[in-house]
Design a protein around this ligand. Structure first.
Ligand code: H2B
Length: 101
């Protein structure tokens, strides 16, 4: 795989319009998910971990009970790259499939 490059601000902003709930915080893609309970949050993390491994692109995340805080950045690029958008989109699909309140 070729070395990832940081996204230009215009491309990043265009992508953010399509990613509900995501923003840039401290130079990383940021989203906070709140699920119904711990099992649902952990189910989300389990599915997302398998996708992350398949993409060879890994999240920084933090879980407390039903809450999962996600930060995405590409260490190899020194910023937010297309890989972070890909993982964010996959996380949105997985989150949508979790049981809702
Ligand atoms: N995950 C993230 N978030 N950023 C990276 O730059 C990165 C990664 N690099 N997962 C990958 C693994 C790299 O270290 C391996 C060798 O492909």
């Amino acid at each position: 795989m070729s070395k990832p490059t940081p996204l230009a601000e215009a491309s990043l902003n265009a992508a953010l319009v399509t990613l509900d709930g995501w923003s840039v915080r401290g130079g990383k893609l940021h989203r906070e998910y709140v699920f119904t309970d711990f099992v649902t949050a952990f189910g989300f993390m389990t599915s997302a971990a398998l996708v992350a491994q398949a993409l060879d692109h890994h999240p920084e995340w933090f879980n407390v009970y039903s809450r999962v805080t996600v930060e995405l950045t590409t260490h190899d690029a020194g910023g937010i790259s297309e890989r972070d958008l890909e993982l964010a989109r996959a996380m949105e699909d997985i989150a949508r499939r979790q049981p809702q309140k």
